[in-house]
Ligand binder design. Structure first.
Ligand code: ZN
Length: 121
């Protein structure tokens, strides 16, 4: 072994007390009670959109149905929602355009879904 010693700050006895150890914070009660967020579905767009039946159409019920397209991005809310958490969801291109026009770009961050998730054939 080499004799060189690494320079260390001199130890002082009786100096200021050590900083307290980082104690892992206990989970707050609220965090425990909340159900886990639904993870973004990378196989199917999670937007709900009108089914094309208006309230004045004859027959059919106006409703919102889940988009069936393959998503291209995952958006995450920029600000936490009422529950204090930031939700995220997957969207296809057309639904992303709707979300951007309705909510504005500042409302969420978006991240492209890697192409490998999309199946070919
Ligand atoms: Zn969609």
């Amino acid at each position: 072994m080499s004799r060189t010693t690494h320079a260390r700050p001199p130890k002082r006895r009786g100096a200021e007390p050590r900083p307290p150890r980082a104690v892992p914070r206990k989970k707050t009660k609220a965090a425990v009670e909340l159900a886990p967020l639904v993870p973004p579905d990378l196989k199917r767009c999670q937007a709900m959109k009108p089914n094309g039946v208006s309230a004045f159409s004859l027959g059919g019920v106006p409703a919102r149905v889940r988009c069936a397209d393959a998503p291209t991005v995952v958006i995450t809310e920029t600000r936490p929602g009422d529950d204090g958490r930031r939700g995220s969801m997957s969207l296809c291109d057309p639904c992303l355009q709707v979300a951007r026009s309705q909510l504005g770009d500042a409302a969420f961050d978006f991240k492209m879904i890697p192409r490998r998730v999309v199946r070919h054939g």
